[in-house]
Ligand binder design. Structure first.
Ligand SMILES: Cc1cc2nc3c(=O)[nH]c(=O)nc-3n(C[C@H](O)[C@H](O)[C@H](O)COP(=O)(O)OP(=O)(O)OC[C@H]3O[C@@H](n4cnc5c(N)ncnc54)[C@H](O)[C@@H]3O)c2cc1C
Length: 392
């Protein structure tokens, strides 16, 4: 079978790109190894408000909108961030992945479940499948097959994406504990550059998780200790455990070769500070769809190189800022973090964060904190001396 574009992976990003291309009238095929899309859940399902601009999100899949966050320091000093409108949504992520794949199919894409790609041939665009299934052919191949992408490994001659581990529990606290307007984020030097999230699903239930540079076993233990040692939580029951991996954003990663491009987690298109990949993946799906349709129209795969340059240009400032913020956080001790929270409160930063803070674009807030000189006041002295080296 020959397609204009063949997409490996019916994750949310691959399906979104498939729909965009099918809408333009191209012959689109999606090859997915799973029999049930989106299962198992490997996500906190938290999407910043930009989701409404970058993709379709049916309201029936929104579990809860959030109007702000409580940010907790290691010794539980708290900063409260408040917005007038929903800043983020927690969604039914399995339902969302399935919705996006169905939408792609309704728009005209062919979806092949239980088809696992084992190899591909650059230039002639032939995809080889496991278990002797019939090969497919695409004028352009899009690797949207997640952090462990076969396509990415092929494109970089065997190199794998670097990843961080993530662990998450669905917890029933057995009593009403949460204001549904707020998520909770806990800073802790021992999991830095990661952090712990607590995302209320109802007044008594939450997704509690973290990502970090440790193995799954340690992260699980860490999460359990976190729950056990917080007196406010009391007796709780674990409803379910999840784990997954988050690719580490790599600004130098090659995401185009011949007639093949990478998209989403496969391309490490993930925000460094939060590990969130959906909003960025959806924005990149739009760029990919603009460039790949141009390449198809002109029958010229050289044009695909513009995908990489456009992606780098669009995200350069934001991702550079996030990498720097991450580098600074990684160097802070629990004491430093507590100091920082105290200073931020003294400097009235809750209002500034409430005004300028945004889940998906963090550069404007950092710029504002610099402009007001707050960055140099909040970072411990030792760090402000060395900030010029860290901020490189
Ligand atoms: C614990 C955790 C919490 C997270 N929380 C958030 C969050 O709150 N917000 C957020 O924005 N992001 C979050 N993320 C990140 C987010 O889940 C990913 O960025 C997102 O899933 C990337 O989508 P994707 O379509 O690129 O890849 P994936 O969702 O990984 O989809 C890839 C698809 O490709 C298929 N596939 C893989 N290999 C093959 C093959 N060889 N042949 C055929 N098919 C194949 C897979 O089966 C899968 O369906 C979280 C991640 C983790 C691990």
């Amino acid at each position: 079978m020959t397609y204009d574009v063949l997409i490996v992976g019916a994750g949310p990003v691959g399906s979104t790109y498939a729909r965009l291309m099918a809408e333009k009238g191209y012959k689109v095929g999606i090859i997915e190894k799973k029999s049930r899309i989106g299962v198992p859940l490997q996500c906190a399902g938290l999407l910043g408000r930009q989701i409404k601009e970058v993709n379709i999100l049916p309201s029936k899949l929104i579990i809860n909108p959030f109007y702000g966050a409580y940010l907790h320091s290691p010794s539980d000093r708290i900063l409260k961030v408040v917005k007038n409108n929903p800043e983020a949504y927690v969604v039914d992520r399995i339902g969302y992945d399935q919705f996006l794949a169905e939408l792609a199919v309704e728009t005209g894409a062919d979806l092949f479940l239980k088809h696992q790609v084992k190899d591909l041939n650059f230039k002639n665009g032939i995809i080889h499948l496991k278990n002797g299934k019939k090969d497919f052919n695409g004028r352009i191949i899009v690797g949207a097959d997640g952090y462990n992408s076969v396509v990415a490994q092929k494109l970089s001659n065997g190199g794998k994406n670097n990843t961080l581990q993530a662990a998450q529990f669905k917890v029933d606290f057995g009593k009403n504990l949460f204001d549904l307007d707020y998520v909770h984020l806990y800073a802790d030097a021992s999991v830095s550059p990661g952090f712990i999230w607590l995302i209320p699903l109802s007044p008594s239930e939450a997704r509690v998780g973290l990502f970090g540079n440790s193995d799954y076993h340690n992260l699980n233990k860490y999460l359990k200790d976190f729950l056990d040692n917080n007196p406010a939580f009391g007796n709780y029951s674990l409803i379910k455990k999840y784990h997954g991996r988050i690719p580490i954003y790599n600004p130098k990663k090659n995401i185009v070769k011949d007639n093949v491009i990478l998209l989403g987690d496969a391309a490490s298109q993930v925000k460094p500070t939060t590990g969130g990949g959906l909003i960025m993946g959806f924005k990149c799906a739009q760029i990919a769809s603009d460039i790949t349709s141009k390449a198809l129209e002109n029958d010229n795969t050289e044009i695909l190189k513009q995908y990489q340059s456009q992606y780098r240009k669009n995200f350069k400032t934001e991702l550079k800022t996030q990498l720097r913020v991450q580098k600074i956080f990684k160097s802070l001790t629990d004491e430093d973090l507590d100091f920082m929270f105290i200073k931020l409160k003294e400097e009235g930063a809750e209002d500034i964060i409430s005004e300028y803070g945004e889940m998906d674009d963090q550069a404007p807030l950092v710029k504002e904190l610099f402009k007001r000189g707050i960055i140099f006041k909040i970072l411990p002295k030792i760090l402000s001396r060395g900030i010029s080296t860290l901020w490189k």
